[in-house]
Design a binder for this molecule. Structure first.
Ligand code: ZN
Length: 221
């Protein structure tokens, strides 16, 4: 990894395991870090408060942006509490936690903010290793949107995806290598039921996180 110690970066940040690992990865490789957190009718507004708290702990700038318009675009169980969340990925369909267009819009909003501040680097914690079926988490999409943003703004953005090829076990490993294993384990919020750290243990996000953690702890011994 090339170091960008003289350059600033914007991290798309939710305060979960993945984006918090990205935040500390950004601190290691870049000069100033801006954490951008979107609000969009998440099931738990606590998610935003927790994200702000982690950004303060990490001593990076924090910006909150209202993106609640995305909850009006299409029905999904992340923003509509009356829809029961899919436990598993249905056959031949995306899980109803999928929010159509979300990452495209988030990256566009993030790029516009970065542009205004003279920032060229963007980091997002998407991954296609533990592939949930979300098309906007794939490497090919990231390359495509990177090209489109550069054309749209006549600017040289570089989107970094440090987790793209890491499964959850290796995301834990990366946090450990960055010396923030305990911070990521104890302070982040991944759980769909709004419980920080190890979470409720039963929702799809907790199950994925726990499986990776157990695999990593076993491998680390
Ligand atoms: Zn949970």
């Amino acid at each position: 990894m090339k170091d960008y110690k003289n350059e600033d970066v914007l991290v798309l940040f939710s305060g979960g395991q993945d984006s918090t690992t990205c935040l500390y990865w950004a601190k290691k490789h870049f000069k100033n870090v801006l954490a951008l957190c979107f609000t969009y009718g998440q099931r738990h507004s606590q998610e935003v408060d927790n994200a702000r708290r982690i950004a303060e702990m990490a001593d990076v700038s924090f910006k909150e942006l209202d993106a609640s318009i995305i909850s009006e675009l299409a029905p999904n169980s992340l923003t509509n509490l009356s829809i029961t969340m899919d436990e598993e990925k249905p056959a031949n369909a995306l899980p109803n936690t999928f929010v159509p267009g979300r990452n495209m819009l988030f990256l566009t909003f993030a790029a516009a903010i970065a542009y205004a501040q003279g920032i060229k680097h963007l980091i997002t914690g998407v991954s296609e290793a533990d592939y949930s079926g979300y098309p906007d988490c794939r490497d090919t999409f990231i390359h495509s949107v990177n090209s489109s943003l550069n054309l749209a703004m006549d600017y040289s953005f570089l989107i970094h995806t440090p987790l793209m090829w890491l499964d959850k076990k290796n995301v834990w490993r990366l946090a450990d290598e960055l010396d923030v294993f305990n911070i990521v384990r104890n302070e982040t919020l991944t759980c769909y039921n709004g419980i920080i750290a190890d979470g409720c243990g039963n929702c799809p996000a907790c199950k994925l996180r726990k499986k990776g953690l157990e695999e990593y702890l076993l491998a680390r011994r």
